[in-house]
Design a protein around this ligand. Sequence first.
Ligand SMILES: *Cc1c(COP(=O)(O)O)cnc(C)c1O
Length: 376
Amino acid sequence: MKPIQMVDLVGQYQKIKPEVDAALQRVLDSTAFINGPEVKEFEKELGAYLGVKHVIGCANGTDALQIAMMALGLKPGDEVITASFTFVATVEVVALLGVVPVFADVLPGTFNLDPADIARKITPKTRAIVPVHLFGQTADMEAIMRIAEEHGLHVIEDNAQAIGADYTFADGTKKKSGAIGHIASTSFFPSKNLGGYGDGGALFTNDDALAKKLRRVCNHGSDVRYFHEVVGVNSRLDSMQAAILRVKLEHLDTYSAARNAAAAFYDKAFAGLENIIVPQRSASSTHVFHQYTLRVTGGHRDGLKQHLEAHGVPAMIYYPVSCHQQNAYKSVRFPEGSLPVTEQLICEVLSLPMSTELDNEQLTHITNTVKGYFNQ
Ligand SMILES: *Cc1c(COP(=O)(O)O)cnc(C)c1O
C-alpha cells in the first residue's frame, strides 16, 4: 500500500507533470514574471468557470480578505460578523484593520454559519458579514444575502475551501460558491482544492466599481503608476502560479469528483457506527470535500486519532481551538460558553485523509482502522 498522507500533492503532480512543466517553461521563456499574460488569462478563465465578471489575483487568501475589507472602506470600530469555528485568517485581518470581529455560531450539521445567529448579532455598527464556506460546502447564502439586504450590509464570501461547489437557490437558480456575495476571496495555497505550487489568492466580484477599488488596493492604492489615490498594499499573484493554476483549473471538476468518491466510500463504511457522525450534506450546496470531517461523539475523538496514527493513518483536528478562545482574540463579549455549537465541535471534529489520489486499498485500510478502534 502507498503510504497514506492527509493530502497527496506528489501523486497529483505526477499525473499532470508534462502540462505543468510546459506551463512553467513558458513563463521562464517569457520572463514576464509579474503581471504577465498568464495572470490575465487565468483571471479570465477562472471568471468564466465561476460565472463572475471580475477575478483579481493577489498574493494569498489572507490578503484577499484584507483587501476586500479595505476596498469596502471598513473603519476602526466597525463590526464584521463571521465564524469562530474557522481558520484564523478572517478574524486576523478584521483585527488588523481595527475592525471588531463579532462571532456567530455555526450549525452542527454543516459547520457553516447559522443565519439566525447572524441576525441576532447585528448592531448599528455592523458593516459586513463574512461567511466561511467551511470544508467544501457553501453556507446558507440565500438567507445570508437576505439578512444583509435587510440591514444594508456587505457580504464577503471566504471561499478558500469551497471553490467549485454549486449553490442552488429556492427558485432553482444555481450559482458557483463565491459568485453570490458582493465580494468573495479564495486561496491557492497548495493543499486547497485549486492549489498552486506556492502562495496565491484571488478576489471575485460582479460589481464593476468594487472591482476597480479591489485592483487599486492590491496595487499600492494606485490606478496610474506613481499616483496613489488611497492607502493600499502590494499583493500580486505571480505568473508562475497563474500558469500552474491554469493547468489545474482544467482538472478542478475531476478533482472534486475524486474527492466525492472518497467521501462516499467513507460514508458507506461508517454507516451504523454509533459514535461517528459523517459530514451532513447541505440541502442547497454541493460538497467539494476540502476536508472530510467526522464528528466523533462519546469522548472518543482523541483516542480514535491516536489509534489511527498508530496504524499509519494521519488525521487532523480542524480546528483544535476556536477563534474566540484563542489568546490573541479573546474578548469579554465572547466568554466561554457563548458559542455552544462551536465549542462542542472543537471537541468532536476529526478530519480524515482527503485528496484526489486516495485509492481503494488506502481507503479500505483507513475505514477498517476506524472500525477496528470501536470493535476492540
Ligand atoms: C486557507 C484559508 C485562508 C487563508 O489563505 P492563505 O492563502 O493561506 O492566506 C483563509 N480562510 C480560510 C477559510 C482558509 O481555509
